[in-house]
Write a protein that binds this ligand. Structure first.
Ligand code: ZN
Length: 248
């Protein structure tokens, strides 16, 4: 898919109340992420936020979304179950989903993973080095052996997720911890990529390599042209290919 239709979803509350966050992301984290996608040649980008009606994720918006990106932190509980069910249904039908940073605790990610998605964390200005452990994977295109982020929040193992189908990045932090920071899954016909960096008080979403990975993730997670979504798949009672009726 050359130019997937992208929706960037953000809680968009920190940027209204926390001075430090307002300073770094004056237009909101969602707009910084959207700008990074456009910079990487993905032009069909819209945004949606928690306080819009239906959190901006109406059936029409989701029907026109090939890949959804999700950033949330403090207000996961305010996302309505109806919208979460709607997003899950679209993922199972083939929509890609990119879950960023503290989105690990979002209702939609926990629902799709089936585990607590809990982890260790610390805000103490650690340096993070994200090592590429799947060289050649499309999500690592244009990235060297590792990405170094001078300042980031630490997330540490154990991260309570199912084993990733492909582990793309493993992070090391100056505090000594490691973390599975780039994880690929499929659920139904949909592809899911969890990508760790992106704490709200740090300018991570302006980092060119972080932007590149997120854009690569969108291209990887976009549905395959021609339609292999759940609606195109055959299920249920089915006639035999090699004989008619019941085999004699
Ligand atoms: Zn954070």
């Amino acid at each position: 898919m050359d130019n997937p239709r992208i929706t960037v979803w953000n809680e968009f509350r920190h940027e209204k109340s926390h001075e430090e966050v307002i300073r770094i992301y004056p237009d909101g984290i969602h707009n910084a992420i959207a700008e990074g996608l456009r910079e990487n040649g993905l032009s069909s980008v819209r945004t949606a936020t928690l306080d819009e009606p239906e959190h901006g994720l109406t059936p029409d918006v989701l029907a026109e979304t090939d890949v959804l990106l999700w950033w949330g932190h403090m207000f996961h509980g305010q996302v309505s179950d109806e919208v979460v069910d709607r997003v899950q249904e679209r993922v199972l039908d083939g929509m890609g989903l990119i879950v960023l940073h503290s989105g690990h605790f979002s209702k939609i990610f926990r629902k799709l993973m089936g585990t607590t998605c809990n982890l260790k964390w610390r805000e103490s200005n650690d340096t993070e080095r994200l090592w590429v452990v799947a060289p050649g994977h499309p999500i690592t295109e244009g990235i060297g052996e590792y990405i170094e982020l001078e300042l980031e929040e630490m997330y540490g193992e154990h991260f309570d997720i199912p084993h990733p189908e492909t582990l793309v990045f493993v992070s090391w932090f100056t505090g000594g911890e490691v973390f599975r920071s780039g994880c690929c899954y499929t659920r139904g016909a949909g592809k899911i990529f969890y990508f760790r960096p992106g704490h709200e008080t740090l300018p991570t979403y302006y980092h060119p390599e972080v932007r590149r990975v997120i854009a690569n993730g969108v291209r990887w997670a976009a549905p395959v042209p021609g339609g292999h979504g759940a609606r195109q798949r055959a299920y249920g009672n089915t006639p035999a290919l090699e004989y008619e009726g019941v085999r004699a």
